[in-house]
Ligand binder design. Sequence first.
Ligand code: BGC
Length: 511
Amino acid sequence: MVGLGPKRKPSRKGSMADMPGSMVEEIKRLEQLFTVDTQKLKAITDHFISELDKGLSKEGGSIPMNPTWCMGFPTGYETGTFLALDMGGTNLRVCEINLPEEKGEFDIIQSKYRMPEELKTGNADELWGYVADCLQQFIEYHHEGEKLDKLPLGFTFSYPATQEYIDHGVLQRWTKGFDIDGVEGKDVVPPFEAALEERGVPIKLTALINDTTGTLIASAYTDSEMKIGCIFGTGCNAAYMETCGNVGKLAHMNLDPDAEIAINCEWGAFDNEHKILPRTPYDVIIDKDSPRPGQQAFEKMIAGLYLGELFRLVLVDLHEQGHVKMFEGQDISALKKPYSLDASFLSQVEEDAFENLAQTHDLFEKELNITPKRPELELIRRLAELIGTRSARLSACGVAAICKKKGYKTAHVGADGSVFNKYPHFKVRGAQALKEILDWESGRDGKPLKEGTYPIEIMPAEDGSGVGAALIAALTLKRVQEGNTVGIKDWEGMLKGTAAAKGDNKQVGGK
Ligand code: BGC
């Protein structure tokens, strides 16, 4: 343990003064590799817009732009009781949400279950069995001895799924390191429902949703300026509301061109054909060694799952190529383990407030059994900043592209996810990039631009996979009750099975 020393000042130019020349050169090389300047951000955004358009067209493109059959925003007056299930990477969360009469209000109870690591690479039966067991436990615990009508469920399934109906979804491909056999290319709802049926769990799946759509709808429930829902977490993605007339691939359905439908962009797949993103050799390795090479090019450069791995790959490379003699003579076996560092490791490096980077020094000793020298610590810190900054700036391109495409001069964007909520400076860096891309000079109040007045503001979202899923289930049942069953497969089952059939507005509905 080294002494903590004075707190770090904002500029660390002086800290570089005593560095060996080769180290300074190496930092410069990394800066060149990882920096995305304003001009490049603008070029990426423009290309992004054309790819969003392509995804909506009949021919399609590499960004899936999946119509979700969540048709329109909530009014804030939705009511009823719903279950929500969120199948995330680390946890499985089950909630019961009550939407009362009061505008924009909700009550929620929830339980979390661990998502066993083995399940992520196991088989489909085990997965659905485990998910159904958790739901059963939840119901038994919270409704012991009650005789229940089937409870309507919003299931947040945060992977790319094409949906012909809201209560159906064909998994296009696993992302975020999941690799379960026999699920890709199939509708995930029937095996899920079969597992519930087998156990006699009184639940009716009403809506299969993406976390971004949930985020959009949950945030719009309390904020009418909300235009986009984003997740910057283990994976990254966004959803927004489009008019049906703009969705070329739905033209054959002759929908009302002015009706609104939420689009799950699945923008993690942006630039899978490597036309514009400034990939480094380290990005190439991440892709090559992932379970789905060639997929999720954008996501692999910015999402939480990959930030620590990028950082690790650079450090291993610097040790091995010998030019800067990084960690010379030390045993780097712990660092050599793929995916051993997560985004929170990088966050801790960026949060180290001490001039001599004492916390980073201790972190490396404790977690990796490596004792970095002072110039190495400087490189480590700069590298973390570069990776974190690139992530925030590239993320902003997606937000700017949707805003430009839709002609939004002002908007609220609801964001959730561990990177957005916890990674240091992510929000400020993203806002700075938006400002550069969109050439803002004045704020939404018309006065000179300052923080808090940005025309497009990315802000913390409401709970998308809980409240959002419940709201989408409520909106779906409301449509069923009104006889608008477009994009709803088993609307009869929803009427029969749930309290909606009895017109019991306490359980489902709205006004
Ligand atoms: C998935 C998306 C999801 C995003 C954020 C991506 O890997 O493909 O469906 O919205 O992660 O969770």
